[in-house]
Write a protein that binds this ligand. Structure first.
Ligand code: 5GP
Length: 202
């Protein structure tokens, strides 16, 4: 019998306004091998979000208890809220051959890389800082203060793009999703990932 390859852990990051959520939504519409990890957070639920779909929403006490129990692969305090990636589900999915996307920020991405150096990390950037500015302003939800804060955070995050394996420019959502698919396809066919299969044939 031929060994089944493990799925990839795909760390997917990008600053606010890069459009990473839209790209993920586009990828989910396609017939590709992908699952998304659902994080746990202590932040308030936003309008339209669903518990257990967008996040598992919880309180600080429970989150901190989960930390001590080793429930998370990684977690961060981002702003004033906790965010964490549940470990067990990722292992189950990748063991079963599914590729799992972790939509997380740069600090958490670094921590995942320490535990899983073989993970594939992708950083989404906007075509330009002018475009990022117009996207953030275009949301119509930003005051000058929140815009300045988001823009400054985005600049800091982009400085850490060098820590990622791949950079994809989100000029068009569909083209950006194509690029991500190409990366996954190529990564899946690396010898290190095909070795078990090749060995089975010898
Ligand atoms: P938001 O509150 O806008 O949903 O997310 C804020 C930031 O936290 C985003 O950059 C998002 O990708 C990141 N994030 C969401 N879940 C996790 C997680 O489990 N771990 C880490 N490190 N970051 C996360």
């Amino acid at each position: 019998m031929v060994s089944k390859n493990k799925g990839l852990i795909i760390v997917f990051s990008g600053p606010s306004g890069s459009g990473k959520d839209t790209v993920l939504a586009e990828l989910k519409k396609r017939d590709i091998n992908m699952q998304q990890s659902i994080s746990v957070t202590t932040r308030d639920m936003r309008e339209g979000e669903v518990d257990g779909v967008d996040y598992f929403f919880t309180d600080v006490e429970t989150f901190e208890k989960n930390i001590t129990e080793g429930y998370f692969l990684e977690y961060v305090k981002y702003g004033s809220n906790y965010y964490g990636t549940p470990k067990k589900r990722i292992e189950e999915l990748t063991d079963g051959g599914s590729n799992v996307f972790l939509k997380i920020e740069v600090e958490g991405a670094g921590n995942v890389r320490k535990v899983f150096p073989e993970c594939v990390s992708i950083f989404v950037i906007p075509p330009s800082m002018e475009e990022l500015e117009s996207r953030l302003k275009g949301r119509g939800t930003e005051t000058d203060e929140t815009f300045n804060k988001r823009f400054a955070t985005a600049k800091e995050e982009i400085k850490r793009a060098c820590e990622y394996d791949y950079i994809v420019v989100n000029d068009s959502v569909s083209l950006c999703a194509d690029k991500v698919c190409s990366i996954i396809e190529a990564e899946t066919h690396k010898f290190s990932r095909m070795k078990a299969l090749v060995d089975d044939m010898n």
